[in-house]
Structure formats: structure tokens, C-alpha cells
Design a protein around this ligand. Structure first.
Ligand code: IMP
Length: 424
């Protein structure tokens, strides 16, 4: 494996959790490099289900090391809650879960600011997960964020906290002074994690580069997806980090020449949670069927996901901006009873056909998908583990994806369990 990035090629929820869990068997270290507790990675092992938001799913393997890189914004309440939940299920994180000293904290006031933001944006709201991710990243860029290392020095932490309340006061005034005071008190309590977080803190760049020199296998686990990237996503309906391949370098301190492979995870159809453009969205019975068969409800917010056909314009775009070298196709079995299956080949905008994904909102909102129909297979693929057992039309569907993206498919997921997978 050497050094591999696993990322989402669509709007997140591609089933990365399961793929990362599988590939972790070949890795020594698993790294999260962006996002925060807005992610929801679901892994099923035998009959136990694990949903992790912040801690890398690699933690479910007792002999693996996990790192939360500097690019992640960390909610310590959530971090320790997940550690406790893992403990209850018999999983210890001791001496194998590390967090970058430079990672920024998600503070209680970030969640409050986000709720106010979303409310005040009215019909231009983003539909965020309300986990405080956006405001924490705004503070990072605005140079007022509080980092893990600041937690180790009470004086610095207090000064940063005071600065934040001073700057945010005008904005928070909507809440009333009593609520502002209790919010500050709640935020101050984050300091009580100081001693508990200390043994987890490292310089992620030093740590990971050392591991790479020792020829360890490293797996970078992205959260969200390419179309939610701050620069390459459907701005402004994006998350506030870089789920793309470049984000792995920035979010961990590992240089690009050390990355060997980029595996793009693509769902066999498309989903999106939250607001924003979605050219192949189906607001009909087929969309409903995909939602129900695919159990398309957010792991973090429980919101129903919007569902639609596979969009090859998006997939080709993802291959390009991430330099994807291999694909994993997930949830193939969800298409088992759909016939015919449509695939978006290009878009039509003002009478013109376009092949490249448009990066401006107006064009994207006004383009129509141009579809090609492929025959369905109308047989169950659920749980298949051998490529040769796939129905012919399912093989043709996969071949079509490979041919149009010019990227080989490395694995196909046919169910939510670890072993419901075909290695091609
Ligand atoms: P935020 O990341 O909470 O700021 O939300 C920004 C946008 O990203 C919203 O549309 C969310 O629904 C979406 N989003 C955030 N995390 C995920 C995820 O893990 N899967 C899918 N969508 C996500």
C-alpha cells in the first residue's frame, strides 16, 4: 500500500468508512486530514455497527495507529465521547490515537454562531451539519482560532477566548447578555480537557514523516467529498475544508511526492445532503427507491439524502482534480432492481453541450443532464464477493465507468459488511 489517500468523488457519503476499514488491514497508520465531527463514517463488523464522526475508523483495528492531522478542526467534547463509546465496546485507544498540536479547536461558540448564521441566511442557508465546522475554520483563517497547543497554557487560552468574545460580541448580541455569559463559561470549560488531551498531542508532520521513512504503510482517510471542497466544490454550498487529495498534504504535513496512490470512492449512483445544485437529482419514485434501498439518511444529522443517477461529468472532474489512480464503486446492489439505469454523460446549457464540470453556480444550476441508458441486471448482487458471479449487465455497468473515467476499478462494494466486497 505504501502511502494512499482514500477520498470521496461526489458529495460525501460514498461509503468511505467501509472501504477505509477494509484497507486498514494493509496499513500501519490511518490519518484524518480535514473536516471534523461533521463526518459520519459507518462501519459494520459482524453485527456491531460503529459510527465515528471524528476519530479515524482505523481505530476499530486494535493494532493500528490513528492520527488526527492539523487540517482537522477538533471538538473535544465529541472526541472524548467517542473514546468512551469505543471503550464500552471493548476498544482501547491508549498509545495509538494522536492529534496534531496545530489542529484548531471547535469551541461551543462556533456552534452557536453557526446556528445564527444559518438562520440569518434565510433561503440562502447552506444546510450545514451545525457541528461548528464553518465558524471554526473562519476563525482559523481570521487568525483568531484556538489551537490544541494553546490549551496547554491557561494564560494563552484565556487571552484567545477573551479576544474571541470581544470580536464576536456584536454578532452574539442577538442572544442577550445572559446567554453570552453562559456560552463563555461553557467555552472556558474546554480547558478542563488539558490533562486528558496532552498524551495524545504530537506534531503530525514529524510523526508521519518518521513513519514514512520507516517504510510504514499510511492511509489518509478523507471526510466529505470532492464536490464539497472549498475550492473545487459547488461554492458556496460546500464544507470549509479540502476533502480533495491536495488537502491530505496541507492537513498533515506530508509532502506530495510521498503520496503513492489516490483511491477515489464513487457510489454507483449519486447522493447529496444539504442544499446546493445537484444536476442528476431525482425527485420522483426512482429517487425514493434509491433512498430507501440505499438507506440514504445522514449518519450525522439523520437527514434524508437527495438521490440521483450516476454523474460521469462529476466523476471525470474528480479524477482530474484529485489525480485518482484507482476507483472503488460502492452500493452496486442498490441498483439491483432498477431497469433501465441512466448515467449522465455531459450537461446541456443554453443549447450547448458541456463535458467539463462547470465551477460557477449559475451555469451549474441551469444545466440539464444528458443521459445514456444502460440495461439493468434485475438480479441480486447483494453480498457477492467474486467478480465472475456478477450478472453480465452489472459487469457492463462497471466496465462503462472504467472506460469513461479511464481509471481502473480496484474494488466493488455489494453490501455494508466488511466481507460484502469484490476485489477486482
Ligand atoms: P458543514 O461541513 O457542517 O459546514 O456543512 C456544509 C455542507 O457539507 C452541508 O451541505 C452538509 O450537509 C455537507 N456535509 C458536511 N459533512 C458531510 C458528510 O460527512 N457527508 C455529506 N455531506 C456533508
Amino acid at each position: 500500500m505504501s502511502v494512499m489517500i482514500v477520498l470521496g468523488t461526489q458529495w460525501g457519503d460514498e461509503g468511505k468508512g467501509k472501504i477505509v476499514d477494509l484497507l486498514t488491514e494493509q496499513a500501519d497508520v490511518v490519518v484524518r486530514y480535514q473536516g471534523g465531527a461533521n463526518a459520519g463514517h459507518t462501519v459494520k463488523i459482524n453485527d456491531q455497527e460503529f459510527i465515528l464522526h471524528l476519530i479515524p475508523t482505523g481505530i476499530l483495528h486494535s493494532d493500528k495507529i490513528c492520527v488526527i492531522g492539523n487540517g482537522v478542526v477538533v471538538d473535544l467534547d465529541q472526541f472524548f465521547k467517542e473514546i468512551e463509546e469505543l471503550k464500552v465496546k471493548g476498544i482501547s485507544v491508549e498509545k495509538r490515537l494522536f492529534v496534531s498540536k496545530s489542529a484548531h479547536l471547535v469551541m461551543p461558540y462556533h456552534k452557536t454562531v453557526e446556528k445564527l448564521n444559518e438562520k440569518n441566511k434565510g433561503d440562502q442557508k447552506i444546510g450545514t451539519t451545525l457541528r461548528g465546522i464553518g465558524p471554526a475554520c473562519v476563525d482559523k483563517v481570521g487568525r483568531t482560532g484556538i489551537r490544541m497547543a494553546d490549551l496547554l497554557n491557561e494564560e494563552i487560552f484565556t487571552a484567545r477566548l477573551d479576544l474571541n468574545f470581544r470580536l464576536k460580541n456584536t454578532y452574539l448580541r442577538e442572544l442577550g447578555q445572559d446567554q453570552i455569559d453562559s456560552l463563555k463559561e461553557e467555552s472556558r470549560k474546554i480547558l478542563t480537557y488539558k490533562d486528558r488531551i496532552k498524551p495524545h498531542l504530537v506534531d503530525s508532520s514529524v510523526f508521519l514523516n518518521r513513519k514514512i521513512k520507516q517504510k510504514k504503510d499510511i492511509l489518509f482517510e478523507s471526510a466529505q467529498g470532492t464536490l464539497l471542497d472549498m475550492d473545487f466544490g459547488t461554492y458556496p454550498y460546500i464544507t470549509t475544508s479540502h476533502p480533495t487529495a491536495g488537502g491530505a498534504c496541507i492537513g498533515s504535513g506530508v509532502g506530495p511526492t510521498l503520496i503513492d496512490e489516490v483511491l477515489g470512492v464513487a457510489k454507483a449512483y449519486t447522493t447529496r445532503v444539504g442544499d446546493g445544485p445537484f444536476p442528476t437529482e431525482l425527485k420522483d419514485k426512482t429517487g425514493e427507491l434509491l433512498r430507501n434501498s440505499g438507506n440514504e439518511f445522514g449518519a450525522t444529522t439523520g437527514r434524508p439524502r437527495r438521490c440521483g443517477w450516476l454523474d460521469l461529468v462529476i466523476l471525470r472532474y474528480s479524477v482530474r482534480v484529485n489525480g485518482i489512480s484507482k476507483l472503488a464503486v460502492t452500493k452496486l446492489d442498490v441498483l439491483d432492481n432498477i431497469d433501465p439505469i441512466k448515467v449522465c454523460m455531459s450537461y446541456r446549457h443554453k443549447g450547448k453541450e458541456i463535458d467539463e464540470f462547470p465551477t460557477d453556480l449559475d451555469t451549474l444550476l441551469n444545466c440539464e443532464p444528458v443521459y445514456q441508458e444502460l440495461p439493468g441486471w434485475k438480479k441480486t448482487t447483494r453480498g457477492l464477493t467474486d467478480y465472475k458471479d456478477l450478472p453480465d449487465n452489472a459487469k457492463k455497468y462497471l466496465d462503462f465507468i472504467e472506460e469513461k473515467t479511464v481509471v481502473p476499478i480496484h474494488l466493488v462494494s455489494t453490501g455494508s459488511k466488511r466481507d460484502e466486497t469484490i476485489f477486482v
